[in-house]
Design a protein around this ligand. Structure first.
Ligand code: AFP
Length: 336
């Protein structure tokens, strides 16, 4: 068997020739995330030895504990993106307000939103975590970038991706021309293409939800799961829940099935963040032939109102997500 030899840089140079002009800046940004991915991967892989697991004593704008690795990842991404000279403004889960590019770095035409280390509470048990990113073209003409640049509907994304720090480190991205994945070979320090043009199976056997919140789910969710378990009695569905969105989504992308984080009484708007969690994964999912919804609205069409807005997220195989939407619709019309 010939080993994988297409590096991410070679793939991106080939894409630059094939795709329209504007992609050059995006490719620069993707190269920045490849660099960031290697550095964070190194830090995550030795987190048990360093003090990276420790909370740094503060909470982020969402009221969640921040670890030293969250801070490292946040600072690193801000620094590398600012020095790409392609960005005018950034949004991070770890910062309440948008982040300006420092004055000593020239500004570009793109807005980047990211979750530096999603699922970071998983690090202390040595489970997977990830970085998620989403890229838009600015709508303001020039200058520092505005809040309006940051609050665009997901359908306007020009690129989205994630880096999964799991048993191997993998970078997955879409620019609207399919979904590709690259696995980091730590011995040569390169991301090598491992999955080209990924397609989510139309149905899958996995479902992924935090069942501990079952009592608080919104109408339709429990009925759907009951039907899933009884209808397919010949091959019962399998529950898988890691509690790190990137890892749960990655399994769904490759193996099919459905991931759900519905609204519940603790999180009446849903728990996951629209701009740097739901929208980028929805873009990837749709590009791979899957579906992403709040239960009644397409994630990519939601117009964000605030930077850290939360949404219910139901994502994965087209047919599975569609089935669930029917249950939600039925439950709502019964209640009406
Ligand atoms: P942390 O980054 O605070 O660990 O949160 C991770 C996360 O936002 C997302 O990655 C998971 O899908 C979700 O939380 C898990 O939430 P529950 O623990 O409520 O199931």
């Amino acid at each position: 068997m010939t080993p994988a030899t297409t590096t991410i840089s070679r793939h991106l140079s080939e894409e630059q020739v094939r795709l329209p002009d504007w992609t050059r800046a995006i490719l620069e940004l993707l190269n920045s995330f490849a660099l960031v991915g290697k550095i964070i991967s190194r830090e995550v892989s030795r987190a048990g030895l360093s003090q990276g697991l420790d909370e740094n004593g503060s909470q982020n704008s969402q009221g969640e504990q921040v670890t030293k690795l969250d801070v490292l990842a946040h600072n690193l991404i801000c620094h590398v993106l600012s020095h790409s000279f392609q960005v005018c403004i950034m949004v991070s889960e770890e910062s309440e307000s948008p982040l300006e590019v420092p004055d000593n770095c020239s500004r570009g035409n793109y807005v980047v939103l990211f979750d530096p280390l999603d699922g970071s509470s998983n690090i202390e048990i040595n489970a997977s975590v990830g970085t998620i990113f989403s890229i838009y073209r600015r709508i303001s003409i020039d200058g520092k970038g505005t809040i309006g640049d940051c609050l665009q509907a997901g359908i306007k994304q020009v690129c989205a991706g994630y880096i999964l720090y799991g048993s191997s480190t993998m970078l997955v991205y879409t620019m609207g021309y399919g979904v590709h994945a690259f696995t980091l070979d730590p011995y040569i320090g390169e991301f090598l293409m491992s999955h080209e043009n990924i397609k989510i199976p139309a149905r899958g056997n996995y479902y992924s939800i935090n069942e501990g919140s079952a009592k608080h789910w919104t109408a339709g969710i429990a009925d759907y799961l009951d039907s899933l378990k009884s209808v397919r009695s010949t091959r019962p569905p399998t529950l898988r829940y890691i509690g790190a969105l990137v890892a749960d989504f990655h399994r769904t992308l490759l193996s099919g099935g459905i991931f759900l984080y519905p609204a519940n009484t603790h999180y009446p708007e849903g728990r996951l963040r629209l701009l740097y969690e739901a929208a980028p994964l929805a873009f990837i999912s749709e590009q791979a032939g899957g579906r992403a919804t709040t239960g009644s609205e397409r994630i990519l069409e939601l117009k964000p109102k605030t930077l850290h807005q939360r949404v219910p997220l139901i994502i994965g195989s087209w047919e599975d997500v569609l089935d669930l939407e029917k249950f939600i619709l039925q439950a709502r019309s019964k209640a009406a």
